[in-house]
Ligand binder design. Structure first.
Ligand code: BES
Ligand code: MN
Ligand code: ZN
Length: 496
């Protein structure tokens, strides 16, 4: 879905649906929208407490006199002084989700006055993501893009408003579509995303956006010494792939390397998961999808930054050649690892990818992985665990999270956790003890990044949603595409 800017008065614009926003007014009632007929109705409804302006509250008004729009959807934004990107994203999402359940020819959205470009972009992102549902293989579509999505600037907008909204429409559409591309890749059934086909899909996403993509086959992967990726892939009939992505937006800028876990289905391997834990394991490639979608968005935006993406992609299965407990794998760079749990496979494939990424001497590395159930025990389903060896990079990522409203929380990487990874036969083993499982997993990864500033995001929780409500769809979320784009933008600001 691509939004476009429309300079017209909300009363005069011809459309099927007009979407407007209201704020919860200090001391009761709602702030006026600025359309007399709509405000008269809203005042009455607010007096009866049927409308509050609470965040993502939806109110439908049909055939408001004086408006050309057939129906009006009024969306709450909470208190004006608390308006931030997260609220705007949710409001846009709620409106688009509600309207996209039926075919709509034309939807016109009137953003509130005086919003920043960050908030306006988040609103467009929310509209773009909210229109798109998870029902990829439904025989009758359950959600549909609008015939057209207009962002209304007003009849005679000030230059400032026009500029803010022009930028927001472009950025919000690009970022929102990238989030949807990540969601689609994750929502795809596992039979439709063999490592070869997922690699092709993600490489194409980036190359169509103007970046470069290279796909390594199994022979190349063996030649490069990626023993972790080969070990995990051994139990599958499908050969692994390794994807290298690149976007060069400025030859002189430092390189940010993004590494994403790409397990297309995690059965657990011989340490097989119980059925209930395996249900969502087609989503174990979210990190890879998010990295590719981020690079595609940054390429489309044409940001003056340099990104590289490294995606180890494989299934984790139980075939006759599957790795066994006690097997020892040799990673890129020569470190050996004793496999004591075949379900701790993510760290095995990430080890090769991180070691390889570090060899290319990037300035910073961020990896994203649906790595541990333990991280969900710690932080729940909506907050990612953030681990880092560098406080400046950590704070920069948290600042980007603050800008988008996506949530991550720092967890420790204290050195004593490394003791749990000692093996009697190899350099490391791939599991720690019973407690602090997301920390031992991160500690394992740290052994492969050396001194390069690095952040690891454990996205096991936020990658997937079980809830289906006004501001959320079930299934893949495409989490952290928005934040990584904001992070790339902020790094431009920091360096110049
Ligand atoms: N892909 C899982 C982690 C996961 C769990 C992601 C739930 C999303 C939702 C990962 O490969 C895994 O199986 N981790 C194990 C590690 C353990 C064997 C040390 C886990 O969390 O149980
Ligand atoms: Mn696993
Ligand atoms: Zn996994």
């Amino acid at each position: 879905m691509n939004a476009k800017l429309v300079a017209d008065a909300p009363e005069a614009v011809e459309c099927q649906w007009l979407v407007t926003f209201i704020f919860d007014k200090e001391g009761g009632g709602v702030e006026p929208v600025g359309i007399a007929e709509v405000d008269a109705i809203l005042n009455r409804l607010a007096g009866e407490k049927d409308v509050t302006g609470n965040s993502a509250e939806l109110t439908v008004l049909h055939a408001v006199p004086g408006l050309k729009a057939r129906s009006t959807l009024v969306v709450g934004l909470g208190k004006r002084e608390k308006l931030e990107a997260g609220t705007a994203f949710a409001a846009g999402y709620a409106a688009a989700k509600r309207l996209s359940s039926k075919p709509r020819e034309s939807v016109m959205v009137l953003p509130p006055d005086q919003i920043s470009s960050v908030v306006a972009s988040a609103l467009v992102e929310g509209l773009t993501v909210g229109v798109h549902g998870p029902g990829l293989r439904k025989s009758e579509p359950s959600r549909q893009d609008f015939g057209s999505l207009g962002i209304l600037a007003g009849a005679d907008p000030t230059a400032a408003r026009e500029l803010t909204l022009t930028l927001a429409v472009r950025r919000g559409s690009i970022v929102g579509n990238a989030v949807n591309a990540a969601r689609d890749a994750v929502n795809l059934p596992p039979a439709e995303k063999s490592p070869a086909s997922l690699a092709h899909r993600l490489a194409t996403l980036v190359s169509e956006a103007g970046g470069q993509a290279e796909i390594w086959d199994e022979t190349r992967i063996r030649g490069e010494g990626f023993g972790g990726l080969l070990g995990v892939a051994a139990g599958s009939d499908e050969p692994p792939r390794f994807v290298v992505l690149e976007y060069k937006g400025d030859p002189d800028a430092p390189v940010l390397a993004l590494v994403g876990k790409g397990v297309t289905f995690d059965s657990g391997g011989l340490c097989i998961k119980p059925a209930a834990s395996m249900e969502d394991m087609k989503s174990d490639m979210t990190g890879a999808a998010v990295v590719a979608a981020t690079i595609a968005a940054v390429a489309r935006l044409g940001l003056p930054v340099n990104l590289r993406g490294y995606l180890p992609i494989t299934e984790n299965m139980t075939g006759g050649k599957a790795m066994k407990m006690g097997d020892v794998l040799t990673h890129r760079g020569g470190k050996t690892v004793e496999v004591l749990n075949t379900d701790a496979e993510g760290r095995l494939i990430l080890a090769d990818a991180l070691a390889y990424a570090v060899e290319q001497k990037p300035a910073r590395i961020v990896d994203l992985a649906t790595l541990t159930g333990a991280c969900m025990v710690a932080l729940g389903t909506k907050i990612a665990g953030l681990f880092s060896n560098d406080d400046v990079l950590k704070d920069a990522l948290l600042a980007a999270c603050k800008q988008t409203g996506e949530r991550a929380w720092p967890l420790p990487l204290d050195d004593d956790f490394k003791d749990q990874l000692k093996s009697h036969v190899a350099d490391l083993k791939n599991i720690g003890g019973k407690w602090g499982g997301s920390i031992t997993a991160a500690k394992f990864l740290q052994q492969f990044v050396g001194t390069t500033p690095w952040v690891h995001l454990d996205i096991a929780g936020p990658s997937w949603s079980d809830s289906d409500n006004t501001v959320r769809d079930p299934g893949a979320t495409g989490c952290f595409v928005r934040t990584l784009v904001a992070f790339a933008e902020q790094s431009v600001a920091l360096e110049s």
